[in-house]
Design a protein around this ligand. Sequence first.
Ligand SMILES: [Zn+2]
Ligand SMILES: [Zn+2]
Ligand SMILES: [Zn+2]
Length: 259
Amino acid sequence: MKLTFLGTGTSFGVPQIGCGCEVCRSPDPRDRRTRVGAVVETDGGTRLLLDTPPELRLQLIACGIDNVDAVFFTHAHADHIHGIDDLRAITVRRAGPLPMYGSEGTLQHLAQRFPYIFDGSMRPLPGTSKPEGDARIIRDGEAVTIGDATVTAIAVPHGPFNVFAYRVGPLAYVTDAKSIPDSAARTLRGARVLVINALWRADHPTHLSIPEAIEVAGRIGADRTFLTHLTHDNRHADLEAELPRGISPAFDGLTVRID
Ligand SMILES: [Zn+2]
Ligand SMILES: [Zn+2]
Ligand SMILES: [Zn+2]
């Protein structure tokens, strides 16, 4: 299995508009972070897209990914969904609409904000096209199979509501979590690779902080843990040097082989 980090930045992205801090001016390409998304590719060639961040088109081009078999949404915050229109380039080459999974609430938000993608009765004018989505509800604890991939949804708190983490075989992908309840930790345990969000060094009301993410990594016990949803608070090289063994900051375009 191969994991590709499309984007690893917090909702502002890094560099942040109007900021002249050291990290936002860093010449290190790993300090340029687009909004959070990832692609998982199985050995059988099944490709799953996790979220559709605002820079989706640029991310897929940069990573050389021209097709996916399904999309799994973690939640409906703008930084995770506002690139959904870029899926048109993929759906125009498909026989049918692209399966898009998420919680009932997430799919309701998507249908309200992007009705033209999900309403089959809204047809594009002759000679034009639109993205075609097939909304499919997945519930907490439920597993669905796409090709040779089995994906399990796991609800985790993101402040006042839950988002979905996803377990795909040896991979556990958790973004925008504020905490990991024991029930969720049980489903995440046994993963070889854990991706976990980490925002500030100080506490944040809706996200794990870096010290909290390190604590979660210890509880899950994956061989390798990658931090994502990072801010301009940390220069990549400095964070990499100070994290405990087995934990690294992810960066845009990073690919991880998981056997
Ligand atoms: Zn900055
Ligand atoms: Zn969020
Ligand atoms: Zn987010």
